[in-house]
Design a protein around this ligand. Structure first.
Ligand SMILES: Nc1nc2c(ncn2[C@@H]2O[C@H](COP(=O)(O)OP(=O)(O)OP(=O)(O)O)[C@@H](O)[C@H]2O)c(=O)[nH]1
Ligand SMILES: [Mg+2]
Length: 712
């Protein structure tokens, strides 16, 4: 792909030179994933924070395609983030690695990788949008990995902005742990509940700070009391609540300390209203990030083992510890080659040193286990697409490495003298199949090569070479993800097209049939002579193929019996009617035949066997079989009716429904595979992206009359 990677000389040059991007201690780092629904303004917020801190001289824009994080041409075209992007800034001596993640569901894999690299998250919701199911699902993604998080209510300048309404929606959806640190006053000012100050941005990004206006006293006091009680409830000091209730004024430092602990624990979520366009709240967001979020030292390091799976002592974010780093993202750049975005968990990465790269446990996704010793050349701190060289990268920090030939997303980088392995994070299963073909035959090899490279970089793509349908199928997360994958292939110089996904069909006999195969050619030269008579009868589903020899009296000499079987098998595999579907679940009994002492041969009896099954099929008693999949759908209860109705229109058979947690239901059904080709897209639109499903081949079944046309 044509990422616009440059070396330290990009258009984003600002005050934060490379020197300040180098930290010596994990305590000076905050890794912050920016998470939230698509369009809530995450990338724009990151841009505003970069401009606010002087990291870039001027904020770019989404519509012009000039932001640091959405540098990919596909992101510019789709007008949304399609991959995670790293943008570090330095604020008050702390290096903040902002990890912008896409909000659109297709890119869930990028979000998961971003969460793995982060120690805390800014959860961004638009002041005008409420909290829908998709937003709640993103919140659950954070909760599942125990991610400490603050909420940013963004886009205060939106014509329909209702920051207080949005706050209430967040509290009701995410629980009482969600508490404002600042209250919005219109779109231009904030009330600091702890600092007890009005921060007025109406004259521009440098705010005037004043007293709480009389008009806001009532709601200020109520919100402040709630916040203080909320913090005290979370405090580990149990005497605090009694003292507070007895009327004692609790010191601000105590409150801030307890707040930090509760945030780090993941049970308390401070809320800051902010606006990327007007600058309201940017300083406040940075303060929460640098003062309220945990440093890498306060977060657990994912467990490591030796490369052969033996236990290893727990690691900490110690720059002097054993090297353990993880590749969170891989991209292929036309100029720079492979770029690996890396989180160092323990030890220190240094240039010009050998490292061990290992990747295990993802063979099913087309990532074969690998263990390779390689050499780190240069180390970079990326700012979007721009690579700034740094002299080293300590535990807790993020960096980019180039030219690590074997490194794939999810791999562990360690010291060759002490090779280690981290279990990769949970990656979502791609469920949308896209059949791809090279436009020109001469491009086929290049296509296969580029596809493998693409899949190596993105674990949410899976490549299937279906020998039966003779198709290359790229499994994607959704249409937007497929668009990204195809664009990258095309940018890599392969002319690629898509075609309908073919379903591997079968056929079987519905009733007994008889067939005679006669292959006799005796005019001139060496003749051919073979005649066989067979009975074909159906067997139960899943039985496969049986061959029975009932020849008596040597009508066919015994050495030619296997030849008949071979011919029958070959013809059944090719199909016996106009449809080239392999025939299964039949018993073929060889009942009679004739041979010639000179002209009979193995080849002649194979041909006769093949002719015999074709004749048996000519009576019209062969039907096509289609694959059925076991499907399990997890969905919010409110969509149950819609999903069941849709399943029945797909010829699905519901096998049962069960209640699950959080007002969800699990539906188990069997559905013809042909009806599932676009299910990833249709289920999403039916349930606003709130349902998930899994599918697994179950068995073959006859295609019902009338449904046959749709199976093609
Ligand atoms: N007026 C206004 N518009 C904003 C603000 N923040 C973002 N936008 C606009 O909202 C749209 C979406 O913003 P993005 O920053 O791309 O949103 P995102 O959360 O990164 O979206 P995804 O990348 O799809 O997850 C863009 O057109 C922005 O220009 C804001 O504070 N004020
Ligand atoms: Mg974005």
């Amino acid at each position: 792909m044509a990422d616009r990677h440059t070396h330290s000389s990009g258009r984003h040059n600002g005050k934060a030179g490379a020197a300040s991007l180098v930290v010596d201690s994990p305590t000076a780092v905050r890794n912050v994933a920016v998470v939230g629904p698509s369009g809530s303004g995450k990338t724009t917020l990151v841009e505003a924070l970069l401009a606010h801190t002087g990291t870039i001289s001027r904020a770019g824009s989404i519509t012009e395609g000039t932001t640091v994080c959405d540098h990919d041409p596909v992101a510019v075209r789709q007008q949304r983030s399609v991959a995670l992007a790293l943008a570090p800034l330095v604020h008050e001596g702390i290096k903040v690695n902002l990890i912008d993640t896409p909000g659109y569901l297709d890119f869930l894999g990028e979000l998961r990788a971003g969460l793995r690299a982060a120690d805390a998250a800014l959860f961004v919701v638009c002041a005008a949008d409420g909290v829908d199911e998709a937003t709640a699902a993103l919140w659950r993604e954070c909760a599942e990995v125990g991610m400490p998080r603050a909420v940013v209510i963004s886009r205060l300048d939106h014509p329909r902005a209702d920051a207080m309404g949005e706050l209430a929606a967040c509290q009701s959806a995410f629980g009482a742990g969600v508490q404002p640190l600042y209250l919005p006053v219109g779109a231009q000012a904030l009330l600091g509940l702890i600092t007890q100050r009005l921060i007025d941005y109406s004259a521009g990004p440098a705010p005037r700070v004043g007293d709480v206006p009389e008009a806001d006293r009532g709601r200020f006091t109520e919100a402040r009391n709630q916040l203080i009680e909320g913090i005290i409830e979370q405090s580990e000091d149990e005497t605090l609540m009694d003292r507070y209730l007895a009327g004692e004024e609790i010191a601000v430092e105590t409150l801030i300390n307890d707040l930090e602990t509760a945030v780090a624990r993941g049970s308390f979520h401070p809320v800051v209203p902010a606006c990327a366009f007007t600058g309201v709240g940017l300083a406040e967001v940075l303060e929460v990030v640098t003062k309220g979020f945990p440093s890498p030292q306060e977060r657990p390091v994912p467990p490591v083992t030796t490369v052969d799976g033996k236990e290893h002592a727990e690691l900490t974010a110690d720059p002097a510890g054993p090297l353990a780093a993880e590749v969170v993202r891989t991209t292929a750049d036309a100029y720079v080659g492979r770029v690996s975005l890396v989180r160092v968990f323990s030890g220190t990465l240094r240039p010009e040193r050998p490292v061990h790269v290992s990747g295990h446990g993802m063979a099913e996704r087309g990532h074969a286990d690998h263990d390779t010793d390689e050499r780190v050349a240069h180390i970079y701190s990326p700012l979007g697409a721009q690579l700034n060289e740094v002299p080293y990268c300590v535990a807790g920090d993020l960096c980019a490495l180039t030219k690590l030939g074997s490194a794939e997303t999810g791999d562990t980088i360690s010291d060759p003298r002490e090779p280690l392995l981290m279990k990769p994070w949970a990656m979502p299963e791609p469920l949308l199949p896209i059949a791809v073909v090279a436009k020109n035959r001469s491009d086929e090899d290049a296509l296969a090569r580029n596809l493998s490279r693409l899949v190596a970089g993105d674990p949410t793509l899976r490549l299937e070479r279906n020998a039966e349908t003779n198709q290359l199928v790229l499994w994607c997360m959704g249409e937007a993800h497929a668009d990204v994958a195809l664009s990258r292939l095309r940018a890599g110089g392969t002319e690629v097209e898509t075609e309908d996904v073919r379903i591997p069909m079968r056929a079987t006999f519905t009733s007994k049939a008889h067939g005679r195969g006669r292959h006799v050619k005796q005019s001139g030269g060496h003749g051919q002579y073979a005649i066989c008579e067979i009975d074909v009868e159906p067997l139960p589903r899943g039985s496969g193929f049986e061959f029975v020899d009932k020849i008596v009296g040597g009508a066919i000499p015994h050495q030619f019996i296997p030849s008949v079987e071979k011919g029958v098998r070959a013809q059944l595999a090719k199909g016996v009617t106009d449809d080239p579907y392999p025939v299964v679940d039949v018993r073929v009994t060889l009942v009679d035949g004739k041979a010639h002492s000179v002209d009979s041969s193995d080849a002649a009896f194979q041909t006769a066997g093949a002719l015999a099954v074709k004749e048996a099929a000519a009576a019209g008693n062969v039907v096509p079989l289609e694959p059925l999949d076991d499907v399990e759908i997890t969905l919010p209860d409110e969509y149950l009716g819609a999903v069941l109705g849709d399943l029945s229109s797909r010829r699905g058979r519901v096998m049962g429904t069960e209640s699950a947690d959080n007002g969800h239901t699990v539906v188990k059904a069997q559905v013809p595979a042909v009806e599932l080709v676009r299910y990833a897209i249709d289920l999403r639109s039916l349930t606003s992206g709130t349902a998930t499903f899994t599918r697994k081949f179950a068995r073959y079944e006859p295609v019902p009359q009338g449904a046959f046309a749709s199976a093609h």
